[in-house]
Design a protein around this ligand. Structure first.
Ligand SMILES: Nc1ncnc2c1ncn2[C@@H]1O[C@H](COP(=O)(O)OP(=O)(O)OP(=O)(O)O)[C@@H](O)[C@H]1O
Length: 259
């Protein structure tokens, strides 16, 4: 699956929120989107997963314009895990994962044995095979995120969008979740806040600032002191991590940076 965003702009009333964004995610790539609060990451992703409608430009999946596809067709190709992990009503874990099968069914079509099998396999892949009949609302934040990944897997889409997927997760679950997504080898685009996680997991990174892409490239190319100072307004020290071989960012508090 190859995804292209071309010259995408979106605004609300007369305020432009993202402007002329172009980017590409190639088959099998894990691409990160970083940028300060309010820079437009979620707005861009929402335009990509069709919660918002671009004012200009478009999104292409394998060359096909998303706006010409039905929402169901889109959902067969694109799955989304967002930071809003709360679900109203008391669904079981299996209920939630089975929702991933909806784009493959006709209206009111009953679940088949095959649907169940796919959902069970998806749950097993995220290590929650034992939790099928647990109530979703009683799970921890990390477990909920894993269930939502299982739902995305059950959807059997080739492209995965993650909107700050590790928000609210403690460090162990953050790593577990990123490891999981990485081993799935899906073509993915993830909005991330943690620069070290982005450096470790992403093949390439796009940097958003005030609704525009201001840098892109490999973690090595993008994670530079000057850029982080300009875009995030923080002083950093960047070194190569001796174990991972990736750029490792240390944030310097103003009191130390100004010494
Ligand atoms: N419905 C809306 N009406 C007006 N402004 C909006 C709306 N949605 C988003 N914005 C504004 O658009 C800008 C981009 O927001 P967005 O949530 O896309 O940023 P973000 O990079 O995902 O931020 P964060 O890191 O804080 O999640 C912000 O200034 C926000 O206030």
């Amino acid at each position: 699956m190859n995804i292209k965003v071309e010259e995408l702009s979106f605004g609300i009333r007369d305020k432009s929120l993202i402007e002329a964004i172009s980017l590409e995610i190639r088959e099998g790539e894990f691409v990160g989107l970083i940028g300060p609060n309010g820079s437009g990451k979620s707005t861009l992703l929402k335009n990509m997963y069709r919660v918002l409608k671009p004012d200009m430009g478009g999104v292409y999946l394998n060359g096909q314009n998303l706006s010409r596809m039905t929402h169901k067709e889109t959902a067969r190709q694109m799955a989304v895990v967002s930071q809003e992990a709360n679900v109203a009503f008391d669904f079981t874990v299996m209920d939630i994962v089975m929702m991933g099968r909806a784009p493959h069914k006709r209206m009111l079509e009953a679940d088949s044995a095959r649907d169940r099998e796919i959902a069970e396999q998806a749950l097993a892949r995220v290590g929650l095979g034992h939790a099928a009949i647990s109530s979703f609302s009683t799970l921890s934040g990390g477990e909920k995120q894993r269930v939502l990944i299982a739902r995305a897997l059950a959807q059997e889409a080739g492209f995965l969008i993650l909107d700050e997927p590790t928000n609210h997760l403690d460090i162990r679950y953050q790593l577990q979740m990123m490891d999981l997504v990485k081993t799935l080898q899906l073509t993915s685009l993830a909005a991330l806040h943690d620069l070290n996680i982005a450096a470790y997991y992403c093949d390439r990174i796009y940097v958003l600032e005030a609704g525009r892409i201001v840098a892109s490239g490999t973690p090595d190319e993008v994670l530079q002191q000057d850029l982080l100072r300009r875009v995030f307004g923080v002083e950093t020290q960047i070194s190569r991590h001796p174990y991972t071989g990736k750029p490792s960012t240390t944030y310097l508090p103003e009191t130390i940076a100004n010494r």
